[in-house]
Design a protein around this ligand. Structure first.
Ligand code: GYE
Length: 307
């Protein structure tokens, strides 16, 4: 039913050597996401890739519509960062039937692995473990319960599911570490603040906040301050991402530890998409290299931090 490969001749100005890449982004919910979008756009320019970029405003139906439109336009490769893990089978099968390879960037899906060529992004379970491990070390001598509030990312998203899993697995090593409340703040600063305000009212005795990203941590930090408590001291804050504002809070002593999650996936994505178009085989899983930051390391890294 559908033409396989080749250019449709009608596209604007791009010759058949130019890679046409359709990319469906989650949205603009966080500092991480903004840096990720910039990285992808800049990398496309540098690599001479014809990028068709679409912002889904955190709605799965918008992503599905964007992917369908990329299929219709017969792009060479489709890449997307799936907002949630479930519900992709139908559209991925449509891409496959049209012979258009799909690259997952940043977030995973629960579809059969034959429906995409590769998944490029972080190991979110490992990130959660690193956050938990810091608490295990920090409170190794604690004799009393350490009460933790967890702010989870978008419900049903790979980073929220996996970070929670890795974190809870790691803190199980110390029975004093107790998650007393855990709720989604949808990865945004505004929601992080709102949810934290409610959770602080319901839980008077809180020692630690673990937020699945910097933005929720920054929103919650305001809620903690407004409740008359000192972030970084009365309530220790551990987050994931290491974007500039998070790193600043860490350098200022208001955050205590950040696990890095790199949004700079653009160059790797372009290189991978070119290989895929050329018919070369690529690894099924490409994991991003990342580090962790304490307050001293944040001070050192801030001046040269790109995002
Ligand atoms: O941690 C968060 C963003 O999927 C890794 O999404 C990404 C996450 C990131 O909104 O800030």
């Amino acid at each position: 039913v559908t033409a396989c490969g080749g250019s449709d001749g009608g596209s604007t100005g791009s010759n058949s050597d130019t890679l046409v890449l359709g990319f469906s982004q989650v949205g603009a919910e966080s500092g991480w996401r903004t840096a990720n979008t910039l990285s992808i756009k800049e990398a496309a320019k540098t690599a001479g890739v014809d990028l068709k970029f679409s912002d889904a405003q955190q709605k799965q139906e918008n992503q599905i519509a964007a992917i369908r439109s990329f299929i219709k336009q017969k792009v060479d490769v489709i890449a997307f960062s799936p907002v949630v893990v479930t519900g992709w089978d139908a559209v991925l099968k449509e891409a496959k039937a049209a012979d258009i390879p799909v690259i997952l960037t940043d977030r995973a899906v629960d579809s059969d692995a034959s429906l995409y060529v590769t998944f490029l992004g972080s190991d979110f379970v490992e990130e959660g473990r690193k956050a938990g491990q810091w608490l295990v070390d920090e409170y190794k001598d604690a004799k009393e319960p350490v009460n933790i509030i967890q702010l989870e990312g978008t419900v049903g998203s790979a980073p929220a599911i996996d970070r929670k899993k890795g974190f809870e697995e790691a803190i199980a090593a110390n029975p004093n570490l107790k998650v007393v409340a855990s709720q989604s703040g949808d990865f945004t600063r505004a929601k992080g603040k709102e949810v934290m305000q409610a959770l602080l009212k319901a839980n008077k005795d809180v020692d630690v906040l673990f937020a699945h990203n910097d933005d929720m941590g920054l929103g919650a930090m305001q809620a903690i301050e407004e409740a008359g408590r000192t972030p970084g001291k009365d309530v220790k804050i551990v987050t994931i991402d290491a974007v500039r504002d998070g790193m600043q809070a860490l350098a200022d002593g208001k955050f205590n530890f950040i696990v890095e999650c790199s949004p700079l996936l653009g160059d790797q994505l372009m290189a991978t998409a070119k290989k895929v178009k050329a018919g070369e085989t690529v690894d099924k899983r490409i994991v991003t290299v990342e580090t962790v930051f304490d307050q001293a390391k944040a001070k050192e890294a801030l001046p040269t931090r790109k995002y």
